[in-house]
Design a protein around this ligand. Structure first.
Ligand code: C2O
Ligand code: CU
Ligand code: CU
Length: 458
């Protein structure tokens, strides 16, 4: 539904059946029972209101990743929506109220998320953010795209309609009966010992694109816009086209997490940590008529090397898109010299958990109190591999190991891939909304194992 100022959506999280492997149904927990969930589209500056209903046997929370959103609608891990028919067996309504320290009478089964959408065009996604259960919930399917469009982007004449493909990449393992092998992840019976086995994160051995293993997309000899999201719990990818087009540079990056780059960057390969997005233009006219091109993962082994295939049609077609070149967008540069504070966050393992500055996540405890409207430098230091994510506002990478930002750090980011024993500095400026927001590792097992912290803006 839509009216003069607002777009309205109603989405229900419920179990559903998906046909992912031949001969079997897989039960997913999905938005509208689907994996991925339905794609939401917003216009920049136009409010979007999403009523989320929970018909799962577990409490849920929804977060709009990359959204510039007030605290009340940000998907705070304790702002849980109760399961339908909860109360007996498993964490139903009453036990959930206990879990969250809530008054049972105040438990809701629906929650209205109100998004102002005062932000630029970008590839956002929405996913579960329930305290302690984000990993298993997302693994079961609670994730979908939320695309934001604006005039600046529309003026570029990018490939659109059937030539714009949002691609959600996620790895899963399957049991013999076709169900998701969700290790240690029956959230109703999480055992600490079992969890410890997945300390480094849950990896699957099959790569799914938009919920399908190794799909084949028939494409025209024309430019396509591929909006790639790594929605995996813990897996990193290095993606490239095989074969490369003559002359290379087949993956033309036009945008990152926070929307369009100032200028396009041609890559032979891109690296994505969990939650990162790459907005790409690929020109299939650079390939011969009737040929096939694979999108492959060079960090994988076995089945994880295969991602998807494009079969190029032999029909001659017209391409009404424009080749991206020159300046794509105005990108404001945050000036690190204007920073009023510098803060360091150390991401490291403790005995049986993952911590930030030596602390396990505790709701209500803030590790930083940044002032709205002011630039700060945040420095992330790691032991292991951690994709570090901030809520509320995007940031710009200033340095990596005291040197220049890396090849995949361009533009506005909300998640930065920090490699083992690295230090990454970002410039960030929080705006508009005072309140509590999150800083966490987007390896979802690390997140669930306490590698999350709050900051309070004022
Ligand atoms: Cu995509 Cu706080 O997460
Ligand atoms: Cu987020
Ligand atoms: Cu981590």
């Amino acid at each position: 539904r839509t009216d003069g100022t607002t777009d309205y959506y109603k989405i229900t999280a419920r179990p559903g059946l998906a046909h992912l492997v031949p001969g079997h149904d897989t039960e997913v927990w999905g938005y509208q029972g689907m994996f991925p969930g339905p794609t939401i589209e917003s216009r920049s500056g136009r409010r979007t209101v999403v009523t989320h209903r929970n018909e799962l046997p577990h409490p849920t929370v929804v977060h709009l990743h990359g959204g510039h959103t007030p605290h009340e609608s940000d998907g705070y891990p304790m702002d849980q929506t109760a399961p339908l028919g909860g109360g007996t067996g498993g964490p139903g309504a009453s036990s959930m109220a206990g879990m969250a320290g809530m008054d049972p009478a105040a438990v809701q089964r629906e929650r209205v998320y109100d998004y102002p959408m005062n932000q630029r065009a970008a590839t956002l996604w929405y996913h579960d953010h329930t305290m302690g259960f984000t990993g298993p919930h997302v693994y079961r399917g609670l994730a979908g795209f939320h695309l934001v469009r604006d005039d600046e982007e529309a003026s570029l004449g990018l490939p659109h309609g059937p030539r714009e493909l949002p691609l959600m990449i996620a790895d899963r393992s399957f049991a013999a009966d076709g169900s998701f092998a969700c290790p240690a992840l029956d959230a109703s019976e999480v055992k600490p010992g079992v969890q410890a086995a997945y300390m480094n994160g849950v990896l699957g051995d099959v790569i799914l694109v938009n919920g399908a293993p190794w799909p084949v997309a028939p494409v025209d000899r024309a430019r396509y816009r591929l909006r790639i999201l790594n929605a995996s719990n813990a897996r990193r990818y290095r993606l490239e086209l095989d074969p490369q087009p003559p002359g290379g540079g087949g993956l033309l990056q036009i945008g990152s997490d926070g929307g369009l780059l100032e200028r396009p960057v041609a890559h032979d390969a891109i690296e994505l940590a969990p939650a990162e997005r790459f907005d790409l233009v690929v020109d299939f006219a650079r390939y011969p008529v009737g040929s096939s091109v694979r999108l492959v993962n060079r960090l994988g082994s076995g089945g994880t090397a295969e991602v998807m295939r494009f079969d190029i049609s032999s029909a001659s077609v017209s391409d009404d898109s424009r080749a991206p070149g020159g300046t794509l967008a105005k990108v404001e540069k945050l000036d690190p010299a204007k920073a009023v504070a510098a803060r360091t966050f150390v991401f490291q393992k403790s005995q049986d958990n993952w911590t930030i500055n030596g602390q396990d996540y505790k709701p209500g405890r803030s590790l930083a109190m940044p002032k709205l409207g002011q630039v700060e430098i945040w420095r992330f230091v790691t032991d292991f591999h951690h994709p570090v994510h901030l809520h509320l506002d995007p940031f710009q990478v200033v340095s990596r190991n005291a040197a220049a930002p890396g090849a995949f750090d361009a533009g506005w980011k909300d998640t930065v891939d920090v490699l083992p024993a690295q230090g990454v500095e970002v410039a960030v400026r929080f705006t508009d909304y005072a309140g509590r927001f999150l800083l966490h590792c987007h390896n979802l097992e690390h997140e669930d194992m306490a590698m999350m912290a709050e900051f309070t803006t004022a």
